[in-house]
Design a protein around this ligand. Structure first.
Ligand code: ZN
Length: 228
């Protein structure tokens, strides 16, 4: 499992700018970096489109995420509106009915719980990062930087952490329910990693000889994976 994390804007592109001067780019990067640390601590591989204040165009970002064969992609942004009272939090997907919608629903639920902000729901939009990536992809608009109250909060490490933890929680909820090991080979690798078996070849042979042993090994591996 590899998660693509895409902190919006950066370098020459500050993103949206709040009334009091907070730029979008350091906020998205701070949130993305916390997400990366949390996922790495969970033993989940990540790929980040930027880890510093660098300029990356959208095509480079989507191409790299595709090239790195990420299983899921999450873009982090902050919303902006001429209406300074706009203050909801929302998660964007390219289309309904797929895995991205399921992932978005889990993440959105956690975000609303963590921030207490108005639930903007899961929204469909035609965005480069959700359109050009080949895996289920979501784009989170972490509140409105154009709203002075939310701008003040988005500038704090406390809120950045809250948002990052919520996104990771939603992602783990999604992975826990949706991603199961399908083959005996995959199952044996997991069981070996967990120290449950020692000789992969032996069990592979046994699974070929003993009826239903393959299903049993797959169930064990899925169970062991959930124990993390
Ligand atoms: Zn943005």
């Amino acid at each position: 499992m590899k998660i693509g994390i895409d902190p919006g804007h950066g370098g020459r592109d500050p993103g949206a700018i709040g009334l009091y001067g907070l730029q979008e780019k350091p906020v998205t990067l701070a949130i993305a970096n916390i997400i990366a640390d949390l996922l790495k601590a969970k033993g989940i591989n990540i790929y980040q489109t930027r880890t510093q204040d660098t300029t990356e165009d959208l095509l480079t970002r989507s191409t790299c995420i595709n090239h790195m064969k990420c299983d899921l992609a999450i873009s982090i942004h902050c919303n902006a509106s001429e209406n300074r009272s706009a203050d909801y939090i929302a998660t964007y997907i390219q289309a309904t009915g797929g895995e991205a919608e399921k992932l978005a629903a889990k993440v959105q639920e956690q975000l609303v719980k963590a921030t207490g902000w108005l639930d903007g729901g899961v929204k469909v939009a035609n965005l480069h990062m959700t359109r050009e990536t080949k895996m289920p992809a979501i784009l989170v608009e972490c509140g409105f930087i154009s709203n002075p109250k939310q701008e003040a909060l988005l500038g704090t490490v406390e809120m950045q952490k809250k948002i990052a933890v919520a996104i990771v929680q939603g992602l783990l909820d999604y992975i826990g329910k949706e991603v199961n090991i399908m083959t005996v080979d995959e199952a044996l690798v997991i069981l070996k990693e967990k120290g449950i078996i020692s000789a992969v070849e032996y069990w592979k042979m046994a699974a070929q000889c003993v009826k239903y042993l393959d299903n049993l090994l797959i169930s064990f591996a899925n169970y062991a994976k959930r124990e993390d």
